[in-house]
Design a protein around this ligand. Structure first.
Ligand SMILES: NC(=O)c1ccc[n+]([C@@H]2O[C@H](COP(=O)([O-])OP(=O)(O)OC[C@H]3O[C@@H](n4cnc5c(N)ncnc54)[C@H](O)[C@@H]3O)[C@@H](O)[C@H]2O)c1
Length: 273
């Protein structure tokens, strides 16, 4: 009995190892910092072009007293995603959760009639293929380690309602919900949960790009599109990475252990399901 109690206490002490993609800035950085405060150790993944920013986030996590390691990977390349998961396990001594956060907006402002084969390929490779490789790499690792695990991916309000001038983006985020549901059904019996988070209008570099792109089409000035969208938020303010990270913290933690296959909206009240 005493040994069991000791084992339980030891289990509790062991930090969860979480890999976050797209962690060099924006929502990914917010998630990393929140999970560090929660007591997780972190493998932070981003493109080589984000070296400086990624190093900065690794340092911020270490300053919060947690273990952190940075890894450069392009989520469109399957082998690189698998290598990132191997790196997390090797450097941090375990592997418990993947957060497939990396994503791009593509060419916001363009209508569906403007989309070229290259545009379609580019955005689907990151937002959909990248999530699928993350699901595969994480699940393979959990199974090899003989343990339970959690897979969490970035969808969006645009994954529930498709937005004009963001049509391809919306299609990719609907696809993330489909992958989440199918993976939940396939992996549930193996003790792996799969969920997604669906933010609204988050004030990040991505929204700067969306604001500029839609502005080019509609003639709206800088920040006008952002502000117009924000006016439709019931809680009356834009969203910040911390708002998203608070929900991801719940998904990573034990209180969501009985939840799988869900893509919950956390948007201050824009899209209602
Ligand atoms: N900002 C929003 O309003 C909003 C709303 C809903 C959903 N989301 C989703 O949340 C996620 C994060 O968004 P954000 O606003 O922080 O975006 P962001 O552009 O600020 O940051 C995205 C990060 O992902 C990285 N990244 C891009 N392509 C990559 C690739 N191929 N491989 C590895 N890393 C790559 C970038 O370098 C960057 O660091 C995205 O999936 C986005 O679609 C954002």
């Amino acid at each position: 009995m005493a040994t069991k109690a000791k084992e339980k206490a030891k289990d509790k002490e062991k930090a969860k190892v979480v890999l976050v993609t797209g962690a060099a800035r924006g929502i990914g950085r917010g998630i990393a910092l929140r999970l560090a405060k929660d007591g997780c150790d972190l493998c932070l993944v981003d493109l080589p072009s984000m070296k400086k920013q990624l190093e900065g986030v690794v340092k911020e996590v270490k300053d919060l007293g947690r273990n952190a390691t940075g890894f450069h990977a392009d989520v469109t390349v399957r082998d690189q995603v698998f290598a990132a998961v191997d790196h997390a396990e090797k450097e941090l001594g375990g592997f418990d959760v993947i957060v497939n956060n990396a994503g791009i907006a593509g060419k916001p402002g363009d209508g569906l009639l403007d989309a070229t084969p290259k545009d379609v390929e580019t955005i689907f490779k990151v937002n959909v293929n990248g999530v699928l490789w993350g699901i595969q790499a994480a699940a393979e690792k959990f199974l090899a380690r003989g343990q339970k695990g959690k897979i969490i991916s970035a969808s969006s309000i645009a994954g529930h309602d498709a937005f004009p001038q963001l049509g391809l983006y919306s299609a990719t985020k609907f696809a993330v919900r489909a992958l989440t549901q199918a993976a939940a059904r396939e992996l549930g019996p193996k003790g792996i949960t799969v969920n997604a988070y669906c933010p609204g209008i988050v004030d990040t570099d991505m929204w700067e790009l969306i604001d500029a792109g839609i502005g080019r089409t509609t003639g709206a000035k800088k920040r006008e599109t952002f502000e117009a969208y924000c006016k439709t938020i019931a809680l009356g303010r834009p969203q910040y990475p911390e708002d998203v990270a608070a929900y991801v913290s719940f998904l990573v933690g034990p209180d969501s252990d009985y939840m799988t296959g869900q893509a919950v909206l956390i948007d201050g009240g824009m899209v209602y399901r």
